[in-house]
Design a binder for this molecule. Structure first.
Ligand code: AMP
Length: 395
């Protein structure tokens, strides 16, 4: 019998499905957006046709509608042989992907306080999939799990230790599925094994994080207790002085507003006053819009500082890797960032960078660079499918 794996990725207001065959080919994909809103919308990517949803559809309704549409259009003629779910927060409980049972569901629920926008929707996706496919094994892959190898010196904040003991306050890190993919794919491209490869992986999308990977394991990362820490992002501030909270409170700003500003109105959007989209920012900057040019400047400078910081965890560096929508596509961001790091020996080839490494197996470094620099498209869905296949011994 032919095997297939369905990957389910529930975001706070979105749901993405991807179907893979046993040879890792993507057979179909589908998307629902603006869930729980009046204008909820869904489509099958393969034929670009929309899928009808009830007004204000939730994750469960969207999953049901998309699965029915995939079946009707013969894109998923029979049930998948296993299902993999992306779950944002696994706390300290989950160090790797697991087969889902009621105990696992309870533990994901226990971590929901750490990811209140994300874990409940992942659980909704899991419940809906279990209803639709009651006899099919399901697995959970966690965004935090890959970073569970951080040592206390990297994951503890300099706070009274009771905060960690009683309230689990520590750095968890996110984007682990993408950074794990980079660790493996970079090693493959360098002709090495992951266990002997050390890289710095910069995932630059609307959310951004950077991870130091030593011998295949995450040893430091820029996101922390929440995804707000670290790099400048599309709408998140990244690092700010913790004294800012008290200062804004003294100006009469309520805590929920501070939270809203730092998460949704800051970063590239906040600095430029225009957009969180790097492509649009580059266009605006080219047309003389100074706040947009400044947003790019700050984004790249913060990133460069973090590349330097990540080197503190490594004794060798086999490659610096760029990924995510910005990392994969913005030659300007890569060039600007690395222009700050000449002292460390980074140098890229202008032409290879302009072509995003597409004709050089991802490589964009100049021959005199001390370190290889790679551009690698991320593939989180494939990691989830592989984990589902591994845990359900399909292959
Ligand atoms: P992601 O969250 O990984 O989909 O990445 C979204 C970000 O990638 C947005 O800021 C996009 O503007 C940016 N992006 C996508 N394509 C390009 C491009 N060709 N040049 C610059 N930025 C891009």
């Amino acid at each position: 019998m032919k095997q297939s794996i369905l990957v389910v990725n529930c975001g706070s207001s979105s749901l993405k499905l991807a179907l893979f065959d046993e040879n890792e080919n993507k057979l179909a994909s589908a998307l629902a957006e603006r869930l729980n809103r009046k204008d909820a919308f869904a489509r099958i990517d393969d034929d670009n046709r929309t899928v009808a949803l009830p007004d204000g559809a939730n994750h469960k309704q969207a999953l049901q509608a998309l699965v029915s549409a995939l079946r009707e259009r013969q894109l998923m003629p029979r049930s998948p042989t296993s299902i993999g779910h992306r779950v944002v927060h696994g706390g300290e409980t989950f160090r790797e992907a697991v087969l889902i049972d009621s105990k696992v569901i309870g533990a994901i629920n226990d971590c929901a306080g750490l990811a209140p926008l994300h874990n409940p929707v992942a659980l909704a996706g899991i419940e809906a999939s279990r209803e639709q496919f009651p006899d099919i094994p399901q697995i959970a892959v966690f965004d935090t799990a890959y970073h569970q190898t951080l040592a206390p010196r990297a994951y503890l904040y300099a706070l009274p230790e009771a905060y960690y003991r009683d309230w689990s306050v520590r750095r968890y890190g996110f984007h682990g599925i993408s950074h794990f993919f980079m660790a493996n794919e970079a090693a493959r491209r360098l002709g090495k094994t992951p266990a002997t490869t050390s890289i710095i992986s910069a995932h630059l999308g609307n959310g951004c994080s950077i991870t130091a990977i030593r011998d295949g394991l995450s040893v430091d990362t820029s996101m922390g207790l929440t995804p707000l820490e670290g790099l400048v992002m599309g709408t998140r501030s990244g690092d700010v002085d913790p004294g800012l909270f008290g200062y804004l409170a003294s100006r009469g700003m309520p805590l929920n507003e501070v939270h809203e500003v730092l998460n949704h109105k800051s970063g590239l959007l906040g600095i430029s006053g225009q957009t969180n989209d790097m492509r649009s920012l580059c266009d605006l900057a080219d047309h003389g819009h100074e706040p947009s040019a400044l947003a790019i400047e700050i984004f790249c400078f913060r990133l460069a500082k973090y590349v330097g910081a990540m080197m503190a965890s490594l004794s060798q560096l086999d490659a610096l890797v760029f990924t995510g929508g910005i990392g994969e596509n913005s030659s300007r961001v890569r060039e600007k960032t690395l222009s700050h790091l000449r002292l460390l020996g980074f140098n890229i080839d202008a032409d290879m960078n302009e072509h995003h490494g597409r004709y050089s197996d991802g490589r964009i470094e100049h021959t005199d660079s001390h370190f290889p620099v790679l551009v690698i498209p991320t593939n989180e869905e494939l990691v989830i499918a592989r984990e589902a296949a591994r845990l359900t011994t399909i292959f």
